[in-house]
Design a protein around this ligand. Structure first.
Ligand SMILES: Nc1ncnc2c1ncn2[C@@H]1O[C@H](COP(=O)(O)OP(=O)(O)OP(=O)(O)O)[C@@H](O)[C@H]1O
Ligand SMILES: O=C(O)C1=C[C@@H](O)[C@@H](O)[C@H](O)C1
Length: 347
């Protein structure tokens, strides 16, 4: 598979030869200029949202209830392991905090999102890229753009799965030398070992969701866009049931590959989010935190490696002293003194 020439190459990155089937002429830059979310816009939009107004009203009410000495029900889910996710102001503060720390140490390292269909790689990826001020790529969309916007399902039908996987691998290879990218991969990108070689140059994050949750999401979107789910679906069958079954068997084959990821993020939702999974900002926060932990651990490990003592350093220093011109002169003078009838050293 030849080069897709996705984006303008920086100096030093050599283009591969072209492919007759995938002409560079069909391609165009796909760095996301369209920014549906940024950390700032998200914070602002949510500060003004009815959700936040509701929280402000609740806080006000609970203060007045407390003032009367009554018990307060703050409306939060008991036992929620991430209680701040239910408060958008608090969550956006936490996102900012972790992003500030991570951005200092991430140094442009790429973030690769892997996971099953419907796990939200594209949705979370866009928000993450804007928060980190990274560019966003979705390998499925790049392949579609490379084929005059032909949908993935049509490429599968006309060219076959192998051809699609070759395009996917080519894109992964071509993107890996760049920096400051969030890349949402196709659900099957984990299957090829050579893809891991490129993805592991960056940090690979698995968005790990329950099969029922994924099936609900892809059924809502319609499975016809996803050829591996739509293939051989019995007519009139319940789409969600079909999706659940197929996703289940794909996950069984793929789990061991997804487990190679550097970071695993659960999509589990609590309380009101039980049905749809954790909201996108919450998933992004979980992901930022997990990546930050990884990056900080690496930094500590590197600092420890630098903090070593050379055994015998003292002797090395003495040797250097003896070899210095002054030490050599005084050693020579002493030797000469010895030769001129100096006293023999005491035993
Ligand atoms: N946190 C979320 N809460 C609710 N719905 C979500 C969330 N994240 C994604 N979705 C919805 O789930 C569906 C699948 O999301 P998305 O396309 O981002 O997944 P994907 O992993 O990129 O899938 P694929 O690999 O099939 O392209 C979309 O309809 C999207 O709106
Ligand atoms: O899980 C998969 O194998 C796929 C997922 C989609 O993102 C597309 O890449 C394609 O439909 C194949």
């Amino acid at each position: 598979m030849a080069s897709l020439n996705l984006i303008q190459r920086p100096k030093g990155v050599t283009p591969a030869s072209r492919n007759a089937q995938v002409h560079a002429a069909h391609l165009r830059p796909v760095i996301s200029r369209h920014a549906p979310f940024t950390a700032a816009s998200w914070t602002k939009s949510h500060a003004a949202s009815s959700h936040n107004r509701l929280w402000a009203r609740r806080a006000e009410l609970s203060r007045s209830v407390q003032a009367c000495g009554a018990e307060v029900d703050d409306g939060r889910t008991p036992g929620h392991p991430y209680p701040w996710e239910e408060d958008y102001d608090l969550l956006s503060d936490k996102v900012k905090e972790v992003t500030d720390e991570l951005s200092k140490d991430l140094r442009g390292c790429n973030i690769w999102l892997v996971g099953m269909m419907g796990s939200g790689k594209s949705t979370v990826g866009k928000m993450l890229a804007n928060t980190l001020k990274y560019a966003f790529f979705d390998t499925d969309s790049v392949i579609e753009l490379a084929h005059d916007k032909k949908p993935v399902s049509q490429i599968f039908a006309e060219e076959g799965q192998d051809y699609f996987r070759n395009c996917e691998s080519q894109i992964i290879k071509e993107l890996s030398p760049y920096r400051n990218l969030v890349i949402a991969t196709g659900g099957g990108a984990v299957l090829r070992p050579e893809n891991w070689g490129y993805m592991h140059i960056g940090i690979v994050c698995w968005l790990n969701g329950d099969i029922d949750l994924l099936a609900r999401r892809v059924a809502r979107d319609g499975i016809e866009k996803r050829p591996l789910l739509a293939a051989d679906a019995p007519e009139g069958a319940d789409v969600q049931v079909v999706a659940r079954e197929k996703l289940g068997s794909l996950l069984e084959q793929r789990r061991r590959y997804y487990e190679n990821a550097d970071v695993v993020v659960t999509l589990e939702g609590y309380g009101k989010d039980m049905e749809n999974g954790a909201p996108t900002p919450a998933v992004m926060y979980r992901l930022l935190t997990a990546v930050n932990e990884k990056v900080q651990a690496k930094k500590r490990e590197q600092a420890e490696r630098m903090n070593f003592r050379i055994e015998g350093a003292e002797q090395l220093r003495n040797m250097r002293t003896l070899e210095s011109p002054a030490a050599a002169a005084s050693a020579a003078a002493a030797a000469q003194g010895e030769g001129e009838g100096a006293q023999p050293p005491s035993p």
